[in-house]
Design a protein around this ligand. Structure first.
Ligand code: CTP
Ligand code: MG
Length: 237
């Protein structure tokens, strides 16, 4: 195969707070991971699923139930470590797509757009959405406790013109060699990265944007899970 799809599912899901790793939390009768893998069987790609230690067998069962053949590997402490574990299992491929399992409702469209851009010669492709909220920079006068209620300990700085902003989604697509080089070059700094394209950009390689999709939102908080469940129940009706 020419393409590997790395589905990173090794996070703990702290913000969701279900007491199980997020990909293994139940959502409308199936795990987040099963929803994420459903409808990916059509992709001409070697699928690598990266999960927390101890969840490998579960993940294989879930993948089979979702109708995909997946190579399951163990992830790491950070998302970047999990992507690296996926890359090590991706094999000799031309393209790599990296996708968050937490974006469990992602339709086929962004996958198609990213693939098309790679076929057309792009080395890095990111699906993006406009930012709908008005956003401000926080002046970090003193250390801000991110766990505190929003605004508790922050001085508000300037409003950023939201027309200049885009929210990054997945699947992100890469020339496999470029992505591998980006991770090598980043070294320990990769630990802070939640965005693979950022590491590629740091190499000086161009990153192109394609339209993302509202349904590719990341299930992060309990409110996100409720939204996902309501969308899934509409779909099943
Ligand atoms: N991820 C991963 N390995 C990690 C951390 C994250 O594979 N060590 C994956 C998650 O499983 C998820 C995606 O990266 O599919 C995006 O991460 P995020 O939404 O932050 O998920 P969690 O890290 O699980 O959630 P939280 O930050 O709330 O703990
Ligand atoms: Mg996280």
């Amino acid at each position: 195969t020419e393409t590997a799809l790395i589905v990173v599912a090794a996070g703990s899901g702290t913000r969701l707070g279900r007491g199980v790793p997020k990909a293994f939390a139940q959502l409308a009768g199936a795990t987040v991971l099963e929803h994420a893998l459903r409808d990916l069987g059509w992709l001409p790609a070697r699928i690598v699923v990266v999960v927390p230690s101890g969840y490998e067998a579960d993940a294989s069962t879930i993948a089979a139930r979702a109708g995909v053949t997946a190579h399951v590997v163990t992830g790491g402490a950070t998302r970047a470590d999990s992507v690296l574990a996926g890359l090590a299992a991706a094999g000799e491929v031309r393209f790599v797509l990296v996708h968050d399992a937490a974006r469990a409702l992602t339709p086929a469209t962004p996958f198609d757009r990213v693939r098309a851009a790679l076929e057309a010669g792009a080395v890095a492709v990111v699906p993006v959405l406009p930012v709908v909220d008005t956003v401000r920079v926080v002046d970090a006068v003193r250390a801000v406790d991110v766990a505190a209620p929003a605004g508790a300990d922050e001085a508000l700085g300037a409003i950023v013109d939201r027309s200049t902003l885009r929210a990054m989604q997945t699947p992100q697509g890469f020339d496999a060699q470029v992505l591998r080089r980006a991770y090598e070059a980043a070294g320990d700094a990769r630990a802070d990265s939640t965005d693979d394209a950022q590491l590629v950009q740091a190499l000086g390689e161009p990153v192109v944007a394609v339209p993302g999709d509202e349904l590719a939102f990341k299930i992060t908080t309990p409110a996100d899970a409720e939204r996902a469940e309501s969308l899934l129940s509409q779909k099943e009706r």
